[in-house]
Design a binder for this molecule. Structure first.
Ligand code: DP6
Length: 313
């Protein structure tokens, strides 16, 4: 009746931004991500028949459990259990800041919940449960490089990669972000004149990244990943009112990545729904990249490719 799981956040090389269906949380664009091994969420689920509702503690503080409870309801239905749960979750990186805490958070929660309630599901089914809570979490069920499609019943799946990639995370602020991905993407769909073009173009970019990973071509991966991120942000900035996640340091960091390339270092940037910049590079260049980014960041983290969501206790 109690289990603890850990999961890593992931960063999408091909971005998910927009929902094809809101019930069921189905993405409008296919995405491909890499697991960030240097960062982690640790979540414990403990069923307690004396509780009258689920209680969520996030980094030691009581938090709204609506989304977590919806996930637990699915698992309770599968298990035939009605008891509520105490959920304790800790991130070793800034929460809700655009460093993808919902991905690792819901993947760890899904893994811990099925274990605590004795439900046996395969990884694809676990990924669907995580997707309905937060689509990027579907990808954090798996380690390494992972793809998520746009079909009604989409589950993430591992993708072959012959490319060796390290991600240097350059955090710009440690505070919470301005707008959640969920509401930001709906605002974008409703008001951005570029939204349809973004959705139409995304499958080509995802196919290019998949082919480049299979071919082990880091440059092709990087060029396409940077394009995916900047096109997503162009779509956001064209919303009314504009959805602008960039801060001055974000542009500084983009300039530093260009300077690295001019110096002959293979490095490409990606940016999620927040101001932070994540830089893809070869593992041997990670220290040099981190040193170059450091003056414009409050913190840099070198993340080597991480493993799947797993039970630890
Ligand atoms: C920009 O997975 O947080 O990080 O499904 O509404 O919970 P919900 O959205 P979420 O969105 C992630 C958006 C992104 C790109 C990505 O991770 O693919």
């Amino acid at each position: 009746m109690r289990a603890t799981a850990i999961a890593h956040p992931n960063v999408a090389l091909a971005k998910y931004w927009g929902k094809r269906a809101i019930p069921g949380n189905v993405p409008a664009t296919p995405s491909i991500s890499v697991s960030l091994g240097g960062l982690q969420t640790r979540t414990t689920v403990e069923l307690d028949p004396s509780l009258t509702k689920d209680v969520l503690t996030l980094n030691g503080a009581l938090a709204d459990s609506t989304r977590a409870s919806a996930l637990l309801d699915e698992v309770r239905a599968l298990a035939g259990i009605t008891a509520f749960a105490r959920i304790e979750s800790h991130n070793d990186f800034p929460t809700a800041s655009g460093l993808a805490s919902s991905a690792s958070g819901f993947a760890a929660l899904a893994r811990a919940a099925v274990t605590a309630m004795g439900v046996s599901v395969d990884d694809r089914e676990l990924s669907r449960i995580a997707r309905r809570a937060s689509a990027s979490a579907a990808r954090s069920v798996f380690g390494g490089f992972v793809a998520l499609g746009t079909e009604d019943n989409a589950a993430a799946e591992p993708v072959e990669s012959a490319a060796h990639v390290t991600v240097v995370v350059a955090a710009v602020t440690l505070g919470p972000k301005l707008q959640s991905s969920t509401s930001g993407m709906e605002h974008c769909r409703a008001t951005s004149p570029y939204y349809d073009a973004w959705v139409a173009d995304a499958p080509r970019v995802a196919a290019e990244i998949r082919a480049a990973l299979a071919a082990g071509d880091l440059e092709r991966v990087g060029v396409a990943a940077e394009a995916s991120a900047l096109r997503m942000h162009a779509c956001m900035m064209a919303s009314a009112p504009a959805l602008l996640y960039f801060q001055p340091a974000t542009l500084d960091l983009l300039a530093r990545v260009r300077a690295l390339r001019a110096e002959g270092v293979a490095a490409w940037a990606t940016i999620d729904a927040g101001p932070h910049v994540k830089v893809l590079c070869a593992p041997r260049d990670a220290t040099r990249v981190a040193e170059k980014l450091a003056p414009s960041a409050v913190r840099t983290i070198i993340a080597h490719v991480g493993g799947p969501a797993r039970v630890v206790e």
